[in-house]
Design a protein. Sequence first.
Length: 530
Amino acid sequence: MRLTPRSAATAVLSLGVIWLIWSSTGQLGPKLHVPALLKTPYLSNQYGSSDEIKDAFQHAWNGYSRYCFGQDTLHPVSNTCDNDFGGWGVTAIDALSTAIIMENENVVGQILNFIATLDWTIVKGGTSVQFFEVTIRHFGGMISAYDLLNGPFAHIAKDDALRQSLFDQMVNLGDVLVCAFKTPSGVPRNWVNPLACETDNGRTNTVAGAGSLILEFQRLSDITGNTNYGDLAKKAQSYLLNPEPKKREPYPGLLTSFINIGDGRMAAGKGGWGSLSDSFYEYLLKAYVYDSIEFAPYLERWKLAAESTIQYIASHPYGHPEWTLLPQWDNILLGNTMDSLTWFTGGNFILGGMVTRNQTLIDFGLSIADTGGALYMSTPTRLGGEFVWWTNNCKASWGATECTPDTSVQFSTKTFILRPELLESWYYAYRATKDKKYRQWAWETFQGLNRVCKTSSGFAGISDVTAPDGGVKIDKQESFLYAEILKYLYLILNDDETAPYHVQDSRTGSLNGWVLNTEAHPLRVTGPHV
Ligand SMILES: *[C@@H]1O[C@H](CO)[C@@H](O)[C@H](O)[C@H]1NC(C)=O
């Protein structure tokens, strides 16, 4: 999950509106004019080299470094800066593991020098930071850098003092973040004041906010030998592994979206694989990949969720039984709307299928990744919008267009804000199949980014994926451009099969020694490899 306060409000609002339309009328919404989907996804015959992704990374780094170095976020159209994550240079820290994997020694040196100067008790532009976002971006980013630089990339940073300060700062940040767990139940709150070591007064947290901390906190425990960090994350997770009351688990393994801070009981409401819950389900599986002995029970919960999703949730738009989309659930009722974050599920099911050697799960994940491919490749920008909706049967009136297999699924929100989740799924799909179409799709998407998102200082969002020029540029470049978009593009196109951090295909006997956190920072696996 990733939600800045603004995007959280927007996401909840638009989901709510779509839900309202859907549930009150049984019909899908205001009239939209969107071009019909192409029957066959567009395919170019070729793709370029991963070196071109390195160049794009350097371009984006130069812009950030020139205009905003040390601040959080570059506005890549106006070339102004924002400190929207406490002013700890989230873009620099989130870019670090990508710079290491690309062996960009210069940039790695700049970022390590910067990290050494940070004071985690000073918050710019306020008093509190978002616990979840800092955990997956700054904390995960530094732990990953520690693992990479003490492993396959030891040659990238030779300065011992800088390596020591990375370690110290990673532990210092861990000691600040544990303040979030100081609540009656041990379920963390999402805003934490690092100076006072206090949380806000929020009554609930999201399932993702409480349940996707285990990789980062357990990894710090395993590196330092101090079990406290992992214990706190496991305590928070325990409520989600045995959710109460039972009616908040409408399908086995699938929950509502909020948890009460007071007693760890689940709150009423909708559920889904997208925003608010996404990385909770993701980490059930990845915790098992990280330590397959200790977190074996987490895998059982993931399998339950996966089984329910295949059996009860999976939805196929009219005319496309081969395409899979994941609706939200409201108790047992389904609503045919899906946010772009949900595209990560393709990769998650594929990874689950590879590590448990289950082809049914892999095929299910591939059908999600391929649905996204068909949708993205049907637009002139080769990018996809923030929400899709669809009809299974064309029974209700369907938009402005005749309901056909070409119009039965549409982008209900056509903005693209540098979301990486579909690229993430294509990466897993490529690792599982070696089918070159995933490289071609990734390359098409990269060309689209260059055509409609690129600015003189970086990459912007766009207002309309269905307009050839992308419509109006959106003046924001979140740090996940560096951590995820550019990393997944690079990994998809990177031919180095010996690279140890690549996702491995357990069916062929090559086991995973690394696992990517939800911000795509690779962490070294500690348990027996699976
Ligand atoms: C593979 O996964 C599917 C879907 O969850 C499940 O129904 C099936 O039992 C699994 N197969 C094996 C051999 O575990």
